[in-house]
Design a protein around this ligand. Structure first.
Ligand code: PLP
Ligand code: COI
Length: 367
């Protein structure tokens, strides 16, 4: 049976005629940073209202020809995902919860009035790209192959309406850690002026527009010497929502964890969901409840809050050391990685790399 979630779309492989040599690859991968070193191939598929999804292929990575009237260039109908393939101890590779990314990609498409990409085809595309670009998966402890699926409206038409043509693409990037110091903490800036998402808006969708809207705040943070922005709710500017590209958790002295509840203005992070599951299984209490920035400040000063950390595919689990705002700054503990963040990070990374046994179907072997 055909549903929008499942299709019989098949990918033809047209391998790159001149892949980079192993010496070229090694030089590029020596110190890859994040999102700068790209592999030899990409996935492409096309959608038109008449034909549905078709022409799915793995091919040489190359520029995308676009009509200057393509809807994405004018009205920003664009969504994306981010997931990683990890090197396993046996020299193979695995994905982590790729089915959850496929589902969120479909939900993002629905929110942006785009054609949903079939979930089974999404997962297959990830497997095929990891297989063909397997030599680009770093084998360093912090390294992985970051996959970036995205979809754009490429119908050439200037009327404002959902487009009738879309392009699905996935590129891959050999990455190290997202932040410069993978063992350290990050400093965050509380954005009191700019907000990221509002009730009824697109905050829960992974669309490029949300990130465009976050950049002025990110630039303000950088001017204050901060790596990330903490966004507050748009209505009252009191409740903590999430960071520019990560969800956030708080750890209290009694061992309880707390994270803002999901809403239509927060991205439902797959790492967030994994952390909640792992923490609860480890016997910790996790509350999904609103938390104000005033409580954060007061709880740190009173010693009630001992840790805070950011989490996401790119960030994994990154502890927050110092919090800066317009009025004052405060530091959590001694601004070093705390024991709860370290423990949860270890549990997560061991599952992603297959060094602990997975009973939930999260660890998905590619080869
Ligand atoms: N919040 C935002 C705004 C993000 O960009 C991301 C990263 O994808 C996350 C949260 C964390 O999501 P995930 O854990 O699925 O990577
Ligand atoms: C990810 O973690 O995949 C994101 O999209 C966030 C961004 C900071 C790279």
């Amino acid at each position: 049976m055909r549903t929008p979630h499942v299709s019989d779309l098949t990918f033809e492989t047209h391998a790159h005629p001149a892949r980079r040599t192993s010496a070229e690859r090694a030089a590029l991968m020596e110190n890859p940073g994040f999102g700068k070193v790209f592999t030899d191939h990409m996935v492409v598929a096309r959608y038109s209202a008449g034909r549905g999804w078709h022409d799915a292929r793995i091919q040489a990575r190359e520029p995308i020809p676009l009509d200057p009237a393509a809807a994405v260039l004018h009205y920003a109908q664009e969504i994306f995902e981010g997931l990683k393939a990890y090197r396993t101890a046996d020299g193979g590779a695995a994905l982590f919860r790729a089915d959850a990314n496929a589902r969120r990609f479909r939900q993002s498409a629905e929110r942006m009035a785009m054609a949903p990409f079939p979930e089974n085809a999404f997962v297959e595309a990830m497997h095929k790209l990891v297989q063909i670009d397997r030599d680009w998966i770093p084998d360093t402890p912090d390294g992985s192959l970051y996959l970036r699926p995205f979809m754009i409206a490429n119908e050439a038409f200037l009327g404002v309406k959902p487009a009738s043509e879309y392009l699905f693409v996935t590129i891959a990037s050999a990455v190290g850690s997202y932040f410069k110091d993978p063992t350290g903490t990050v400093t965050v800036w509380i954005s009191e002026h700019f907000t990221r998402a509002a009730p009824g808006g697109t905050g829960a969708a992974k669309c490029g527009g949300n990130y465009a809207a976050s950049l002025a705040a990110q630039a303000e943070a950088a001017r204050q010497g901060c790596e990330q922005v903490v966004f507050l709710d748009a209505a009252e500017r009191r409740y903590i929502e999430e960071l520019g590209g990560m969800n956030v958790f708080f750890v209290f002295a009694d061992g309880t964890l707390q994270t803002p509840p999901l809403s239509d203005s927060i991205l439902p992070g797959i790492t967030r969901d994994s952390v909640i599951t792992l923490a609860r299984e480890a016997g910790l209490t996790v509350k999904e409840e609103p938390y104000t920035v005033d409580s954060w400040r007061a709880d740190v000063r009173a010693g009630r809050l001992t840790e805070a950390f950011a989490c996401g595919t790119a960030a994994v689990i990154t502890p927050i050391g110092t919090v800066k705002g317009r009025e004052d700054n405060f530091t959590i503990g001694d601004a070093v990685a705390g024991p709860v963040a370290r423990r949860l990070r270890g549990m997560l990374v061991d599952l992603q790399r297959g060094t602990t046994k997975d009973s939930r179907g999260w660890f998905q072997k590619v080869f």
